[in-house]
Design a protein around this ligand. Structure first.
Ligand code: BGC
Length: 555
C-alpha cells in the first residue's frame, strides 16, 4: 500500500540531477550557472519532478568541476552568488520543487584556507592535523606512507617540498580531511546550518563511505574476486565503508532535525552488500542512499529482480525507502551502456564495450528502464538529459577532455566528460539554446551536431519522443495512488519477463526476453515504452497496465 500522503517527500520523490556546468548557461560564458537553472524552472515544473539535486556550486578552482571546494559558504563566480542561490531556492519552492545541493566532506580543495594554512605552517604543525599528512617511508622518506591508490589513477599520496606527504583519494588538488579532528566535525555541521538556514531541502553527501580511514592507515591488501552465483560479501577495507563513519552522520541527522520541514540527506555510498548500504540510512543517520546496484546491473531480468528484491528487503528492514538510479555524472549514459552487449558502467579502463553500439537497441531499453524505475517502490533519480535519451558522447576530441581521470590515467581512461556534455534545448546548431544568443563563448564541451534532433524543442509534442514518455510517466506516477513509496508483488512470468503488481490496480511488465509476451487480457494500457500491438509486449519493451484482478506469484 502507498504511504499516507503525509509521509516525507523524499520517500517517493522524483529527483532531477542538475549537473550545473552543463544544464543551462545564463551568463553566456559557455558554462551552466544558477541564472540558467532559474530560467529553466518552468521546464522542470512541466516535466513533473519533485526536487533537483545540484552538483557542487561552491567556490572552487574546478580541478574536479566543483568537487574541490575552497569555500563552502560561497558560490563559485562561474555559477553566481549566494544571493542568487537563495533566489533559486525561493523560486523553485514556488514551483513546488525542492532543492538539494551536493556537499563534499571527504576532501577540500588544495586552495581551501585550511590547506593553505597547513602548507604554510609546515610539518608537525597543528594546522596539518586537519588533513592526513604523514612522513614517507624508506631512508629518505621518498616512498609514500602506504600503497593506497587514487580513484582517478596513480598514487593517493603527494609529496611536498618540505618532505611531508598528504593523502588524496581523488586528485592531488583534493586533499582528504582527517575526520578524527574536532574542527572538521564542527565546520561541516556549521556549513550544513548555513545552507539549511538558506532554505535548502537536503544534501547529497559526496563519498559518504570514505570519510573514516582505518587507524594506522594500513596497506591495501588484494580483495578476493566475487564468486559467481554466490552472495556478495563485505570485505574490510582501510578507507571505504568503515563502521565509524555512521557516527558522523548521526550528528548530521541531528543538525537536519533542528530545521523545520523534511530536510534530508542522500548518501553517495558504495558498499559491498545491500546490508552495508542499509547501515547508512537507519532512522538516526542519513535518509536515503543511491542504489548503485541498480545502476550497475546488466540488462538482465534475473539480475534486476535480485537487485530489486535485495534493495527492498535490506532498506525496508531499516525503514528506509529504496532509490532507483540509471545514470549520473560519473558513469556512461545508460542508452550507451544498454546499447552494447557486455558493456560496464564506467568510462575507459573499467568500461569494456563489447562490439559496436546499437543506438536503437540502447534507446529501446532505456525507454523500458525508465518505466521500470519509475514504477518501483521508492524514489527515483533522473540525470539531466536522460529524459531526452541523450547517449554518451564517445568521440570527444582528446584536446577538449577535462576530467582529471583522463590525465591521471595517462590517457588510458577517457573519463567522464562524455556524460557531461551541455544539454541541447532548442535550435538547429550548437549551442542548441544552452547559452544565450549573444554568448561570448562556445559550450565548455562541444555538443554533437546531430543533437538538433534531441533538443527539448524538437521532442516536445512528439508522442514518440523520449521526452514525452518521461512527461507522461511522471504525470501518471504523480497521479496514481499505487506509485511512489510502498511495496510490490511479483507476478508469475516466463524467464526474462519482469512483472509486478502495485496496489491498487497497477501492473508494470518489462520484457527482457527474446520472445513476445502476451499481456493479460483483462488489462488496460496506461503507458508503454512503445506502442503495444495485438496485446503483445515486444522484446525490450515495458508497459504500465491498469488491472482488476491479478494474483501475485509466491515469493
Ligand atoms: C563524485 C565525483 C567526484 C568524486 C570526488 C564522486 O563521488 O560523484 O564526480 O569526482 O566524488 O569528489
Amino acid at each position: 500500500m502507498s504511504q499516507p500522503s503525509k509521509a516525507p517527500w523524499w520517500r517517493s520523490a522524483v529527483i532531477y540531477q542538475v549537473y550545473i556546468r552543463s544544464f543551462a548557461d545564463g551568463s553566456g560564458d559557455g558554462v551552466g550557472d544558477i541564472a540558467g537553472i532559474r530560467s529553466r524552472l518552468p521546464y522542470l515544473k512541466s516535466l513533473g519532478v519533485d526536487a533537483i539535486w545540484i552538483n557542487p556550486w561552491f567556490k572552487s578552482p574546478q580541478a574536479d568541476h566543483g568537487y574541490d571546494v575552497s569555500d563552502y559558504r560561497a558560490i563559485d563566480e562561474l555559477f553566481g552568488t549566494v544571493a542568487e542561490a537563495e533566489q533559486l531556492v525561493a523560486e523553485a519552492h514556488r514551483h513546488g520543487i525542492r532543492v538539494v545541493p551536493d556537499i563534499v566532506p571527504n576532501h577540500t580543495s588544495d586552495q581551501h584556507a585550511w590547506f593553505r594554512a597547513a602548507l604554510a605552517a609546515g610539518p608537525g604543525s597543528p594546522e596539518r592535523e586537519r588533513y592526513i599528512f604523514r612522513p614517507g617511508l624508506g631512508p629518505d622518506g621518498t616512498l609514500p606512507p602506504n600503497n593506497w591508490v587514487s580513484e582517478f589513477g596513480g598514487p593517493a599520496w603527494t609529496r611536498l617540498p618540505d618532505g611531508d606527504w598528504y593523502l588524496h583519494l581523488f586528485a592531488p588538488e583534493q586533499p582528504d580531511l582527517d575526520w578524527n579532528h574536532p574542527d572538521v566535525h564542527a565546520e561541516f555541521e556549521d556549513v550544513l546550518r548555513f545552507w539549511f538556514g538558506r532554505g535548502v531541502d537536503g544534501f547529497r553527501v559526496d563519498v559518504a563511505h570514505g570519510l573514516v580511514k582505518a587507524p594506522g592507515l594500513p596497506d591495501l591488501t588484494p580483495r578476493p574476486d566475487p564468486v559467481p552465483g554466490e552472495p556478495r560479501r563485505h570485505v574490510d577495507h582501510p578507507h571505504w565503508d568503515r563502521d565509524e563513519v555512521h557516527d558522523i552522520f548521526r550528528a548530521w541527522r541531528k543538525v537536519a532535525d533542528e530545521f523545520p520541514g523534511d530536510r534530508c540527506f542522500v548518501a553517495e555510498a558504495w558498499a559491498d552488500t545491500p546490508e552495508r548500504l542499509a547501515a547508512y540510512v537507519r532512522a538516526d543517520t542519513l535518509h536515503t542512499a543511491f542504489n548503485f546496484d541498480f545502476l550497475t546491473a546488466s540488462w538482465d531480468a534475473e539480475e534486476l529482480r535480485t537487485v530489486v528484491d535485495d534493495s527492498l528487503a535490506m532498506l525496508g528492514a531499516v525503514g528506509a525507502p529504496a532509490t532507483w538510479v540509471l545514470s549520473n555524472h560519473d558513469v556512461v549514459r545508460h542508452p550507451s551502456r544498454y546499447g552494447r552487449r557486455g558493456a560496464g558502467h564506467w568510462a575507459g579502463a573499467r568500461y569494456a564495450p563489447d562490439g559496436p553500439l546499437d543506438p536503437a537497441l540502447g534507446i529501446r531499453r532505456a525507454r523500458a528502464a525508465a518505466l521500470l524505475s519509475l514504477a518501483l517502490p521508492g524514489s527515483v533519480y533522473v540525470y539531466q538529459g536522460e529524459e531526452l535519451g541523450l547517449p554518451e558522447v564517445e568521440d570527444l576530441p582528446e584536446s577538449v577532455r577535462q576530467d582529471p581521470m583522463w590525465e591521471r590515467t595517462g590517457h588510458t581512461d577517457p573519463g567522464r566528460d562524455g556524460c557531461r556534455v551541455p544539454l541541447p534545448w532548442s535550435g538547429q546548431r550548437t549551442p542548441f539554446g544552452f547559452s544565450p544568443d549573444d554568448a561570448t563563448a562556445e559550450p565548455w564541451l562541444p555538443q554533437p551536431a546531430s543533437w538538433h534532433e534531441l533538443t527539448v524543442e524538437a521532442q516536445t509534442g512528439d508522442p514518440a519522443s523520449v521526452l514525452e514518455l518521461y512527461r507522461a510517466a511522471l504525470r501518471l506516477r504523480r497521479a496514481h495512488p499505487a506509485l511512489g513509496d510502498g511495496t510490490l508483488a511479483w507476478l508469475d512470468t516466463p524467464p526474462g519477463v519482469l512483472a509486478f503488481r502495485r496496489d491498487p490496480g497497477f501492473v508494470c511488465v518489462v520484457n527482457l526476453s527474446a520472445a513476445p509476451y502476451p499481456l493479460p487480457g483483462d488489462s488496460r494500457v496506461l503507458l508503454g515504452s512503445a506502442p503495444v500491438e495485438d496485446g503483445v509486449l515486444g522484446t525490450d519493451h515495458a508497459v504500465w497496465l491498469e488491472i482488476q484482478d491479478v494474483q501475485p506469484s509466491t515469493p
